[in-house]
Design a protein around this ligand. Structure first.
Ligand code: ADP
Ligand code: ZN
Ligand code: ZN
Length: 666
């Protein structure tokens, strides 16, 4: 006998209260997560419609108290069923309760209050539409011809910034909408600028809706209702826009598909690209991925012919690529320059201030968590087993590998060259700002980092103030390198390109390449030519060299070789199992127990760790992690299921969660 957990009133609020019913034998084959059913409900056994959330062999309630499913509803309107099926996929794939997965996909019911906010009318209704150039037209044509002949695929558009990708998306969407289907466009929150929105409004008028985190729950719910009722064709938003309840999706576009914000850091830790592919397969829709620096994962799949690759390597509008200097910081030290700015950068800053042009100084904060490197030779201290940098645990005076747990006492001299200039890099945005002010009296600076943007609205304020030329220099973390065009910016300085490179995880090279390429792309967007200065201790590192040349292909070739040799994604899959608890010994023993279970399950599995997490302790909670590598994702999912089962029996205070192909160090 099997049992179904059924939700009667399908809503975010109701998912905590599913009811268990018996599945009669005659319906067994037809019952899946998402199936719409009729059930007797309440004292009077009135017939209600509900949806199956999941199916189990052992009900939580005594069987004699259970009623049977009365009938299956075969409905045309399968929107809810699809969302439940999608939630089920997310629960299985990423590890989560069904309730958490459902809460992620279902909208919060909330009455819409207040006046309908209208976007300002656009007077120009990017007048004639933009005439596509040859590269753009041939992509749109191929897509349209596939679409018209019923071919559904995943397409990857590798197009340099400004090559006209957005225009391509718009034309693909117009085609799909003209055939009566809906489209979802994912854009990283940070790229959801007024200009982007207006470009879509121009074509789709009030049949496009925008989702972002600033909207009230009421407005979001209203958008969902309008989508469900067929009142809009296109939704634009960050990753959660995937869950817009469209009945009939024809195309999902993911712009800037390499962005790490497409990966959720909350349980279920889903990746929007994977969920989009699942959703597309459920609807019979296509997926278009676009980026100037595609993720290694997507490019690899394109090389394997899983995705159809399109390349756009010319700018559609104005602007030329800037000229780039790579400065070797080891030489600066050797020649007596101990400042955080190289001589070349200082000279260019002065030149631009004299010309009344603008400057961006960028420091990578990602992976700042204390790797140790040598200022004389540039080497970071690495794990001999994992080929990632060791991280400093200062209080214990140790260097630790976050994959395998390998640790050493922090050396006093560089293990490579013997220099005593070995330490963790500590320059932050504040220090850079102080230094700029000291060196160029009267200079007007703005600083953008986690501190200055904590207050709501400050992010926009800083950007618009810089855009109005109220400052000469903008200093910031990765927040300043994305989106936003400033025609007066003719110099971008990357203070220390290596910081990202040494982060203790396998994706460090990829992230650094993205950031450097994007940062370099900020300079010289207007009619004045731009310069970029990349300061680094590793001027020969492939991420640095190829970013300076804006050469994605060469970067990819080297990166994929490294992934192949070291067996990291996308060549292999990784399941991270993470535990956090107040008692150090109990947490460590639980994670060790789990690692042992996995090793006993199959002694041939590649199990790494357990070791202390990247941040070993947060708020007095100890954090440990271990990894399992396997080419076959289904093996990892089986292991996750097995551990989940073990955990339900071993109830404890320790929280455990899973991450499939993690992209941020834990
Ligand atoms: P991407 O999304 O690849 O960064 P966009 O679509 O934003 O590129 O295009 C960059 C700039 O070039 C925009 O100002 C856009 O209006 C302009 N543009 C795009 N396509 C064309 C075209 N076919 N002809 C002229 N200008 C174009
Ligand atoms: Zn050294
Ligand atoms: Zn290691």
């Amino acid at each position: 006998m099997r049992y179904a957990n059924i939700i009667i009133d399908i809503s975010h609020e109701a998912v905590d209260r599913p009811f268990t019913y018996i599945i009669p034998d005659r319906f067994e084959e037809m019952c899946h997560p998402g199936t719409k059913v009729k059930v007797p409900f309440g004292k009077g056994n009135s017939v209600r419609v509900g949806y199956i959330l999941d199916i189990s062999d052992n009900p939580d309630v005594p069987v004699y108290r259970l009623k049977e499913i009365e009938d299956i509803v075969l409905s045309q309107d399968a929107t809810e069923s699809k969302l439940i099926e999608l939630a089920f996929f997310m629960k299985e794939r990423y590890g989560s309760t069904m309730i958490n997965a459902l809460k992620t996909v279902l909208p919060v019911k909330k009455a819409y209050r207040g006046k309908k906010k209208q976007l300002p009318a656009d007077d120009s209704v990017s007048s004639a539409t933009v005439e596509l150039n040859e590269a753009q037209q041939s992509i749109v044509d191929e897509f349209a011809s596939d679409y018209d002949t019923g071919v559904r695929k995943t397409y990857l558009i590798h197009g340099i910034t400004g090559s006209g990708k957005t225009e391509v998306y718009i034309n693909m969407i117009r085609h799909v909408v003209s055939k009566g289907q809906s489209c979802i466009v994912l854009i990283p929150e940070i790229g959801l600028t007024y200009q982007t929105v207006m470009r879509f409004r121009k074509y789709f008028g009030d049949r496009v809706a925008i989702m972002n985190s600033m909207l009230s729950a009421g407005t979001r719910y209203e958008h969902c209702c309008r989508a469900k009722n067929g009142e809009i064709d296109v939704i634009i938003g960050p990753r959660s826009a995937l869950f817009t309840p469209f009945a009939n999706i024809g195309l999902i576009v993911i712009d800037e598909e390499h962005e790490s914000t497409y990966k959720s850091e909350n349980v279920p830790r889903y990746h929007a690209k994977e969920v989009a592919l699942k959703l597309a397969s459920m609807h019979g829709a296509s997926v278009v991925l676009g980026s100037a620096t595609p993720s290694v994962d997507s490019y690899y799949k394109a090389m394997q012919s899983d995705y159809r690759l399109f390349t756009m390597d010319k700018r559609a509008g104005m602007g030329e690529l800037p000229s780039v200097d790579i400065v070797d910081l080891r030489n600066e030290l050797a020649e007596g320059n101990r400042s955080i700015f190289s001589r070349r950068l200082m000279e260019l800053i002065k030149d631009r201030l004299d010309k009344k042009e603008q400057i961006m100084l960028f420091i990578n904060r990602r992976g700042y968590a204390g790797f140790v490197s040598c200022r004389a030779c540039g080497e970071a201290v690495k794990c001999p087993h994992c080929d990632v940098s060791l991280s400093e645990h200062r209080s214990e005076g140790k260097l630790v590998c976050h994959y395998c747990g390998y640790e050493i006492v922090k050396p006093k001299l560089c293990p490579v060259c013997g220099s005593k200039y070995i330490s963790s890099f500590r320059a932050g945005t504040e220090q850079i700002e102080d230094e700029v002010r000291k060196m160029y009296p009267g200079v007007r600076t703005l600083r953008m980092d986690a501190d200055t943007t904590r207050q709501k609205g400050n992010y926009e304020k800083i950007l618009s103030s810089f855009g109005n030329h109220e400052a000469d220099v903008l200093i910031g973390t990765q927040m300043i390198v994305k989106g936003h065009d400033y025609p007066l910016v003719t110099l971008v300085g990357v203070i220390a390109a290596d910081i990202g490179l040494a982060a203790g995880d396998y994706a460090a090279g990829e992230r650094t390449f993205d950031l450097l390429t994007q940062a370099a792309g900020r300079s010289g967007r207007g009619d004045r030519p731009g310069n970029v200065v990349i300061q680094t201790y590793q001027p020969d590192h492939y991420s640095v060299v190829h970013a300076a040349n804006q050469d994605y292909k060469s970067f990819y070739e080297e990166e994929i070789t490294y992934r192949e040799i070291s067996m990291y994604p996308p060549v292999c899959n990784i399941l991270a199992v993470m535990a956090s608890g107040k008692e150090m010994n109990a947490t460590l023993s639980l994670i060790s127990e789990m690692a042992t279970i996995v090793r006993q399950y199959n002694s041939k599995l590649n199990v790494i760790g357990p070791g202390s997490a990247g941040i070993g302790k947060i708020n007095d909670y100890y954090r440990y992690v271990f990894y399992i590598k396997n080419k076959d994702m289904s093996v990892l999912i089986k292991i996750k299921d097995m551990l989940e089962k073990y955990l339900t029996n071993a109830k404890s205070e320790i929280s455990v969660w899973f991450d499939v192909n993690p992209i941020n160090p834990f």
